[in-house]
Design a binder for this molecule. Structure first.
Ligand code: SAH
Length: 367
């Protein structure tokens, strides 16, 4: 990592957003500042939503100036904001290098979930997912992941974070663009910042990480974060899952479910969510429903049935309401909650699997 001196010589200011508390402590100690300054600056950035040092009125003006010379407090930029008829909001978010990802806010009555992207593009190429049709670009940094939560708080007017307050942005789901477990270190770092109770303060019980099944990382998530786990299952045979979620060729269903059985959250009341996109004539038969129930037996689980969300050129159709109802009933009778996820924000392509940006890899573009 570059030293502060090197940064200053190069004329760059280091971004405080995305640093762990320890890193911020070291960065400020590098200026000779005592530890309580880190606490103050952290508070201004993550409780108050300060975007400039001049707003930090508990610091003397010369100190604010010094910090502004050395450091930045950056936010990604919203390059396009859309609101769905059902009030779902979608932001096209631009990062410093110009690449873009999408962030979606799904409001409920008195709370709401922010769907955060972890990568620009995705390497998995699931056959029913729109993001898979765009080229892989890059991992997001921890600051860019946290930045999505911060710009949502900006847009919702939810700074400062009230200690006891009920906030609209109450939950985070890592279900946007990308595979969070293929950007493991940055995702973990970002979620630790988000979970810090003297900051954005969203607890691990209100965070859900969704994975297509990067098996060797699942135990790590349990150990490092302990957030809720969601698994994009979508099929009950390896043959079909190989086709829908090509990652299955590397980590087949049996290995995936074994990892779920061992997930620490699974042993107590925190059930694992299995996501299952309902694809007409592909995975939605009654036999599929019965096989699903047999597969997950013994895992404290909830099935999230997602009516397939169409996108331009998609090779699938959504199951009929009747097929979804029959499927849900079988799963339900077996003792599993099987909520059918109401599509949100379909009119602005903000629903599950509809996210896409025009970003391309700089190298690919140059070529
Ligand atoms: N890569 C992670 C995070 C993405 S979450 C993962 O795969 O879990 C996005 C969820 O929406 C996943 O469950 C994905 O399988 C699902 N999905 C993708 N395309 C969809 C579509 N067109 N309709 C409904 N769900 C879809």
């Amino acid at each position: 990592m570059a030293t502060p001196e090197a940064d200053i010589e190069a004329g760059t200011r280091r971004d405080l957003v995305g640093m762990s508390r320890e890193e911020m402590g070291r960065a400020l100690a590098g200026l000779g500042l005592p530890a309580f300054r880190t606490k103050q600056v952290w508070h201004w950035i993550y409780c108050r939503g300060a975007t400039e040092f001049d707003a930090m009125t508990t610091l003397a003006k010369p100190l604010r100036r010094l910090l502004a010379e050395r450091f930045a407090i950056s936010r990604p930029i919203v390059s396009k904001a859309q609101v769905s008829a059902d009030r779902t909001r979608k932001w096209l978010v631009a990062f410093a290098d110009g690449s873009e990802a999408e962030t979606v806010f799904i409001p409920e009555e008195d709370r709401g979930a922010l769907c955060v992207s972890s990568q620009v593009g995705c390497t998995l190429n699931c056959s029913f997912c729109h993001t898979g049709t765009q080229p892989w670009v890059r991992n997001l940094t921890a600051g860019e992941i946290v930045g999505q939560a911060m710009l949502a708080r900006d847009a919702l007017g939810e700074w400062p974070t009230a200690a006891n307050g009920q906030r609209l942005l109450s939950n985070i789901v890592l279900m946007g663009m990308g595979e969070p477990l293929y950007n493991y270190d940055n995702v973990v770092k970002a979620m630790k910042i988000v979970m810090d109770m003297e900051g954005i303060a969203i607890s691990r019980r209100r965070i859900t990480l969704s994975t297509a099944g990067v098996v060797p990382r699942i135990a790590d998530v349990g150990r490092d974060l302990g957030v809720r786990l969601a698994i994009s299952l979508h099929a009950v045979t390896d043959e079909l899952r190989d086709e829908l979620v090509p990652l299955n060729r590397r980590y087949p269903i049996a290995d995936l479910l074994a990892a779920c059985r061992d997930y620490p959250g699974g042993r107590n009341a925190r059930r694992i969510t299995f996501e299952y996109a309902m694809l007409k004539g592909v995975n939605d038969s009654e036999a599929d429903a019965r096989a699903l129930v047999r597969l997950v037996r013994g895992i404290p689980a909830k099935m999230n049935l997602i009516p397939f969300n169409p996108w331009p050129g998609a090779p699938y159709e959504c199951s009929t309401p009747k097929a979804i109802e029959r499927f849900a009933a079988i799963v339900n009778r077996a003792g599993y909650a099987s909520p059918v996820r109401t599509p949100r924000g379909r009119d602005i392509l903000a629903a599950c699997g509809q996210l896409k940006s025009d970003s391309v890899r700089v190298r690919a573009r140059a070529g």
